[in-house]
Design a protein around this ligand. Structure first.
Ligand code: UD1
Ligand code: CA
Length: 388
């Protein structure tokens, strides 16, 4: 049995925002959402416990409204990462499965890595496993101190480290797997006698060793996965990493992306082989695009867009909540929203679907049947029947 604890109480001062750090978004999904979903997609954990503190109400509401298997626990004041985890103690009094601990501000962690990490912990019969990473420049991270037999001795924070310890390039990635019943007593023993006067979660490593428990480190393969967000600049960097990941995967599957740098495609977009994505497209939300389509340049798909095969979506075309059947073209300056477009349709330049009634505030659907040819500069408010 496995549960996760996700630390999300910290302040995020450097974001300079009224929005809590973990509720900032990449492709319309919050940072915390990425972490929760990475855990959920492993199908290993039955529950996530999110530790909230700074702007707790907003984070609580987000978790409650979006993730049935997740709950929040309040940490106030925030006295350190060890203190944060100990907030979950009352909830886990009788629990004797495994706990993985992650941070809510590292959205690039993948389900595959979490699975591999937990499997390593299980296979090695470890009691406490820490995810580590090797960095050329390890500054600011806690350093991994190993014993001669390669097991873990301790983690020393940058601010507490000696010069020799600072030269260690293996760092604490901030993800842990622990056999809860065995490690739980450590939280009652944590002290604040360190440079930051905080309860360090990392001190459970030393404690476990002193209590003859098996403590290991698992070395992360791709350091990008623990990239943490502390600023708007970090947010942009993480978006870029994620976008590269999506583009690489699509290209490996046979999609042509002319310029991956200027093309943004959300992770929830599926695209079939031999479709070409031209430069400067922004594709967000959940979408499905078929084979042999041409999308862009300068197209904006806003989510819930289903495009069948051989469809052309051209310059300055915006599409939202719309299904477009095969062999249909919308090549220039068009908005298609809340619509169903048939096959072999030609949407003339400057066609706008206008299906929102501001008086009743109702949005209806626009249905354009097969073989319809729409002339230029047209506002389509109602259904257009098959013209064959
Ligand atoms: C921590 C680790 C460090 C590791 C690094 C990896 C400790 C003592 N140090 O350092 O070894 O290399 O992460 O990123 O754990 N948080 C709370 N409540 C608190 C304090 C923090 O929920 O009272 C949350 C933060 O919101 C954040 C996470 O815990 O999501 C990590 O806290 P942070 O202050 O960023 O830890 P570091 O000092 O970077
Ligand atoms: Ca800190």
């Amino acid at each position: 049995m496995l549960k996760s604890i996700i630390l999300a109480a910290g302040k995020g001062t450097r974001m300079k925002s009224e929005t809590p750090k973990v509720l900032h978004e990449i492709f319309n999904k919050t940072l915390l959402g990425y972490v929760i979903e990475a855990v959920n997609n492993t199908e290993l954990a039955d529950e996530n416990i999110v530790i909230v503190g700074h702007q707790a109400e907003k984070v609580e509401e987000f978790v409650k409204n979006n993730y049935e298997n997740s709950k929040t626990v309040l940490q106030t004041p925030q006295l350190g990462t060890g203190h944060a985890v100990s907030m979950a103690l009352p909830l886990l009094e009788d629990y004797d499965g495994e706990i993985i601990i992650l941070c809510g501000d590292t959205p690039l962690i993948t389900s595959d890595t979490i699975k591999e990490f937990v499997n390593f912990h299980r296979k090695e019969n470890s009691d406490l496993t820490v995810m580590s990473a090797i960095f050329d420049n390890p500054t600011n991270y806690g350093r991994i101190i190993r014993n001669n037999d390669n097991t873990l001795n301790s983690i020393v924070e940058e601010k507490d480290a000696t010069a020799e310890q600072k030269s260690v390039q293996e760092v604490n990635a901030g993800i842990y797997c622990l056999n809860w019943a065995k490690i739980k007593p450590a939280f009652k023993d944590l002290k604040t006698n360190n440079a930051q006067g905080e309860y360090y979660l990392t001190d459970i490593v030393k404690w476990a060793g002193l209590n003859n428990l098996k403590t290991l480190a698992y070395i992360l393969k791709n350091n990008e996965e623990i990239f943490g967000i502390n600023s708007k600049e970090n947010l942009a960097e993480a978006s870029r990493y994620l976008n590269n990941r999506v583009a690489s995967k699509l290209m490996a599957n046979g999609v042509t992306i002319i310029d991956p740098i200027s093309t943004w495609i959300s992770p929830e977009t599926e695209i079939e082989p031999d479709t070409i994505i031209y430069p400067s497209c922004y594709i967000e939300g959940k979408n499905k695009i078929g084979k042999h389509c041409k999308i862009g340049p300068f197209a904006h798909l806003r989510g819930d867009v289903i495009i069948e095969d051989n469809v052309k979506i051209g310059n300055f075309v915006e599409v939202k909540k719309t299904t477009i059947k095969s062999n249909t073209n919308a090549c220039h300056l068009t908005y298609l929203g809340d619509s169903e477009i048939g096959s072999n349709v030609n949407i003339g330049a400057g066609t706008i679907t206008a299906n929102y009634n501001p008086l009743t505030k109702e949005k209806s659907r626009t249905i354009i049947k097969d073989n319809v040819k729409i002339g230029v500069i047209t506002v389509v408010t109602k259904d257009l029947p098959d013209k064959k």
